[in-house]
Ligand binder design. Structure first.
Ligand code: CP3
Length: 331
C-alpha cells in the first residue's frame, strides 16, 4: 500500500499525500523543452516521451501520485474522432446520433497508453501511486457536440434538457467505452483512476443528478481499483454526489473543504482544494493558506491534498515547492 492508497482507504497516515492536476505540463521547463521537439498528440502517442513527461514532476517535486500523460480526448481519437489541440481540443461538432454510432474503442489504438503506464509503474518509486484517468461522459459529450471548449456549453445544455433517446444512446456509448478504457489502464498498472467531469458543473442540479452522476457511476462501477470523481463547480449538487459511488471526490476551491466533505459523505475520502491562483502569489502566503486548509481537515483520515483544479502554466516553480513543503512539514 502507498500513502495515497492508505488515505483512500481512510487509514491513519503519517502525513497527507499530495499531487496536483496538470502536474505533467507547461509550468515545467523540462516539459516545455520536450514539447519543442514533440507535438502534443505525438508526445502522448510515444510511450517513451509520455512516460518521461509523467515522471518529470515526480523527479522534481516528489509528488505522491504520478498521473499518466495523455488527454481526456485521447480515447475518442481511438474511436475515430479526428481532432487537433490549440491548446485545447478542436474538432468538427458532432450530432448525438453520430456520437452514438461511433465505433467502440479499439484497445489496440490505445496500446500506447497501456505501455506508458507499464513504463511508469516500473520506473516510479514504490511509494508513488500511478494514476490513470478518463473524461466523464457529460464532459466528453460537451466537447463532441460543441467541437471545442466553451463558456456556456449551450449544445450540451440543450441536449440534456431535451433528454431524447439519442442523448441516452450517446451517453451510453461514452459510458461503456470509458469503463473499458479505465479497466484497460488498471490492467496495465494504474493503481487509482480519476474521472474528470470538468464541465458538468454548468448543468442545473436535476440534470447533474439524472444524467451526469448516473453516467459517471456506470463508468466507475465494478472497476478493480479505487476511484476519484472530480466535478468542479458542482457545489449546488454536492449532497447527491455520493451516488456516483467513487472512493473519493475532488472538490474545487469554491466551497470550504470540510463543508464539501460533510455534504458529499462521511465514509469517503476527499481531494483538494487550494485555489490554483494561490500558487501564483508568494511562498509565505502559500504556507499560510496550506496551514488553513490542513486545519479544516485535521484529525480526519482521508484527505488527499491537491488544488481545486489544474495548476496554472504561469506558476513559479518555487511556489510549487513551497506548497509541497508546507504539506510535508505539517504532517
Ligand atoms: O498532468 C496531468 O494532469 C496529466 C495530463 C493531462 C492533460 N490533460 C495534459 C494536457 C490530463 C489529466 C488532462 C485532462 C484534461 N484535458 C481535462 C480534465 C482536467 C481539467 O482541467 O478539467 C480537460 C478538460 C482536457 C481538455 C484539454 N486538453 C484542454 C482544455 C486543454 C488546454 C489546456 C490548457 O491548459 O490551456 C488541453 C491540452 C493539454 N492537456 C495540455 C496538457 C499538458 C497543454 C498542451 C500543450 O502542451 O500545449
Amino acid at each position: 500500500m502507498t500513502l495515497l492508497l492508505d488515505t483512500l482507504a481512510l487509514q491513519p497516515v503519517d502525513r497527507r499525500p499530495v499531487w496536483v492536476m496538470r502536474q505533467a505540463g507547461r509550468y515545467l521547463p523540462e516539459y516545455r523543452e520536450l514539447r519543442r521537439r514533440h507535438a502534443f498528440q505525438d508526445a502522448i502517442r510515444d510511450p517513451k516521451v509520455a512516460s518521461e513527461i509523467t515522471l518529470q514532476p515526480i523527479r522534481r517535486f516528489g509528488f505522491d501520485g504520478a498521473i499518466m500523460f495523455a488527454d481526456i480526448m485521447t480515447p475518442l481519437e481511438a474511436m475515430g474522432v479526428d481532432m487537433t489541440f490549440d491548446p485545447g481540443p478542436k474538432l468538427r461538432p458532432m450530432t448525438l446520433v453520430e456520437i452514438a454510432d461511433l465505433p467502440d474503442l479499439d484497445l489496440d489504438r490505445v496500446e500506447h497508453v497501456a505501455e506508458t503506464l507499464r513504463i511508469v509503474r516500473r520506473e516510479v518509486p514504490d511509494e508513488v501511486t500511478v494514476i490513470g484517468f478518463a473524461g466523464a461522459p457529460t464532459t466528453l459529450l460537451a466537447y463532441l457536440l460543441e467541437g471545442s471548449g466553451s463558456k456556456e456549453y449551450l449544445p450540451l445544455r440543450t441536449a440534456m434538457h431535451e433528454g431524447t433517446p439519442e442523448l441516452d444512446a450517446a451517453l451510453a456509448k461514452l459510458t461503456t467505452n470509458m469503463h473499458a478504457y479505465l479497466a484497460m489502464q488498471i490492467g496495465a498498472g494504474a493503481q487509482l483512476v480519476q474521472l474528470f467531469d470538468s464541465w458538468a458543473g454548468i448543468l442545473p442540479r436535476d440534470l447533474l443528478e439524472s444524467r451526469s452522476y448516473v453516467a459517471a457511476r456506470d463508468v466507475l462501477a465494478g472497476l478493480d481499483a479505487p476511484t476519484i470523481y472530480f466535478a468542479p463547480g458542482t457545489g449546488h449538487a454536492h449532497k447527491s454526489m455520493g451516488e456516483v459511488g467513487a472512493t473519493a471526490y475532488g472538490v474545487d476551491w469554491r466551497v470550504p473543504i470540510d463543508v464539501a466533505w460533510d455534504r458529499i459523505g462521511s465514509d469517503i475520502a476527499i481531494q483538494g482544494n487550494l485555489d490554483p491562483a494561490i500558487l501564483l502569489t508568494d511562498p509565505d502566503r502559500i504556507r499560510r493558506c496550506v496551514a488553513r486548509l490542513l486545519e479544516r481537515t485535521a484529525g480526519r483520515p482521508g484527505h488527499i491534498v491537491s488544488l481545486g483544479h489544474g495548476i496554472d502554466r504561469h506558476t513559479p516553480l518555487e511556489n510549487v515547492a513551497a506548497f509541497i513543503d508546507a504539506v510535508r512539514e505539517a504532517t
